[in-house]
Each structure stands twice: as C-alpha cells, then as structure tokens.
Ligand binder design. Sequence first.
Ligand code: GLN
Length: 492
Amino acid sequence: MQNELLDMDCKELRDKIASGQAKSITATQTVFDAIEKHEPALGAYISTFKEQALVRAGEIDNKIAAGESVGQLAGVPVAIKDNMCTTFGATTCASKILENFHSPYNAAVVEKLLTADAVIVGKTNMDEFAMGSSTENSGLKKTVNPWDTNRVPGGSSGGSAAAVAGRLCFAALGSDTGGSIRQPASFCGVVGLKPTYGRVSRFGLVASGSSLDQIGPVTQTVADSALMMNVIAGHDRSDSTSVDEAVAPVCDYLEKIDEPIEKLKIAIVPQFNAGADEQVQKSIADAIDVYKNLGADIIEINMPHLDYAIAAYYIIATAEASSNLARYDGVHYGHRTENPQDYIEVYSKSRAEAFGKEVKRRIMLGTYALSSGYYDAYYLKALKVRNLIRGDFTDAFKKCDCIIMPVSPTTAFKIGEKVDDPLTMYLSDIYTIAANLAGIPAISVPCGFDKDNLPIGLQILAPAFAEDKLLRIARMYEKETDQHEKKPPIVD
Ligand code: GLN
C-alpha cells in the first residue's frame, strides 16, 4: 500500500482520501519515509514539518471519518518554495540574510492550501531570492536532479521540482520571475505552470521582480496542475496587482481538462527555436507531430522582438530586485553584523556578510540601471522593449490559440558547469523569459528524453487568463504519451 500511494498523483490520492479508501496519515508518513531515504541525496528541502504534518493529516482523516466536508486537496502532502511566508518554520529565500526570519503571517497561497485541507510537509530549496537557473545560488544547501545526481535540478524553484520528481511530496508551489517554475520542471521531468500575472495572489511571496513574479504549481500531471490552480487562483484584496474576477473570472480548471480544444491552431517560431540543442528540437518537433495527428493546424510566425527578451529582462528584473532588496538593511529584520562602528557599517556589513555573489551582482546591476543619467538609456529602454515583446504576443494570438517552443535550449547541465559564467547561465533563460515580460501564462510539459536519459520539456504559451485553454491543450498532448508515468532512477 505504501508504494502504491507514492505511485498516485495528487488527484488520485485526494479522491482516495476523501472517499475514505486511503488515509492522509498513511500518505503523510509514507512521504516522510521517502524523505528520510532520499532527501540526504537530493537536498530538495530547506525545512520539513513532520510532527505538525502528521497531526494535521490525522485531523483531516478524522473530519472525513465524521462525514464532514473537506477541501479540494483533502489530506494531500504538498511542499512550498521557501520564499512564501509561513507562520510555522522560517522563511529563508535560501539566503543567509533571512536564515532566522519567522513571518508573522501566512502568504495568501499558504492560507488557500490550508483551507483546501492540504498537508504542508516542508519548504523547498531555491536560488537565493529566486535569482538563478540551477539552484546553485542557494545560500543554504545544494539540490541535485533526481534523474542524475551530478546535474542541477534547474532553478530557481529547483527544490520544488526535485521534490515532486523524487516523490518527496505530491505537488509543490514554485514562483516564476523569468522561468523558475517551467525550467526546473522541464529539467526534472514534471509539469510546471506559470499563471498569468495577477491570477494568483503574491501577498506573502517575498518580492524579487515585482512586475514579473508569479506563483504556480509544480506537479506530476497536467490534471494536478489544474487541481492546484483551482485552489490557488483568484482575486485577493491584499495584493493590488491581483486581478478582479469580474474582469477575468476564474473557473473550475479541472472540470473540462479532458475536453480537447476544437480546431486547435498552434503557432511556432522556427528561427527562434533553432537555437535549441538538436535533441531538444527533435522532441519539440515530435510533440508538434502529435498535435498534427490530433487535427491541429500548425502555422509558422515571426516574433521579431523575442531576441531582445534576455537583455530587457536582466535590466528590469535586476532593477526591481535592487529596489526590493533595499529592505534588508540589518535594521528591520534579518541578519545584522556584530559590533558595527557606525550605522553605515550596520547596512554595509550586514549586507556584505549575508548576501551571496549573484544577489550582490544583481543589486549592483539594477542600481546602476536605475541611477540618474542611466535610467533613460537602460531601464526606460528595457520597458519599451518589453512593450514591443507584448505587442509580438498580441499579434501572434490574433492568429493562433497557443504558441509552442522549447522550455530550455538544453537539458539539465552538470553541477558547476555554468555557475562561474553568469552570462551563459542567463542565456539559458531564452525561451522562458518572454512570458514573464508579457505577463501571459505558460506551461512546461515533459516531452521526451535526450541520449543521457534526461527529461526535455515542451513549452506552451497562451493569451492572458487563458489558463483553462492552456491546461486543456497541454492535456491533449499528455494523453498521447506515457512520459509523465516515467520515474527517475532514484525513486525505484
Ligand atoms: N533564471 C531567471 C533569473 O535568474 C529566472 C529566475 C526566476 O524565475 N525566479 O532571473
């Protein structure tokens, strides 16, 4: 029964627990057994809450036994990235500066998970303040890829992706500023969805790039992604950028997940896709053939400004991060240097001691881009480019339902391979960043393996607030493959 439980996806487990055929306490205990066995090798979690999770699982089982109604994630063990505030445990953002920070409130998504009767098993590792593509920038620990422990899990939500792929939870939340849900999902062979900007509340998500950040699910299947969206999507008065449901209503994303989109029209951007590795290109082409066989129309389009996405992103994201990270000053909260000579030293030494190299690099870049004299040349110019990229998408979606492209030009790279070469690392975000600049939803779905048996991800992008359609399109493909049933060697 125990291993059978780990073979289930979120939805199956939820149905079994809600109908009394399985117990949340058994599922939770099974997850903690798996954590005990594999976590030392994987390093997916920064913190875990065994006692608290088991008590909660027992309470949910009791509710079910008493015939009380339960939420959509009844008793399902899930994980969250450690940049979402919780009143239990620390919220570290994988940074030494917040290592001992305890939030006085829960993030909106955490409240929503709890209301849905999920069991939160732990908080996952990430690149410090979500800056990175490999989780190697974590200031606290190392996470490896469950498919090959010499390789990175992707980033910045690498812990969430490794935990789901390694079956150390049934689903997880990540955050995506420039690809941080989709790219690790792709590297670890799981499903990752970045919703439309404003669809999910950012209240209690520690800010990195405020106009780009969005929380979303990392799951084994597309249906699980829909289930998680049912729980976390919707308007929140505490987040002024969360979109009113009168403007963009949320729906039951799971209800019609198996209904294919009629007369589906897919666009591809051939000259842009040509930058990916051969094996990645081949898998994407095969996936497109699957859609063709399902009757989809494929059109080729040109999106002239996509080539500038990385340059614009690394100005905007660093500018916003430099401003957001000004609050870590050694005074209000977080790490404070010992024995400072004066208040200038409180600021400078606290920050120098506790921020990692990449965070410092981005604070400097962002401060420079925003400084008077350079603002117009860099930040303002980047905003204009962002507008042109948005325009490319608006034009594209007049002609198609969705756009398909790779998630990442390569599969998971070796640990240490790119960490000392930030520009190469930044270039690996080429396919994911545009969706954040445009604010549109995009999903990563497993679509093959390379010659080293490393997973490849297919990226599907849809118009703003079309998550429903996006999930159904992704499900059409998933139904035709057995990719999501394959497990990394570490699990067997
Ligand atoms: N890899 C990108 C970066 O380093 C994206 C990070 C993210 O989405 N949080 O900025």
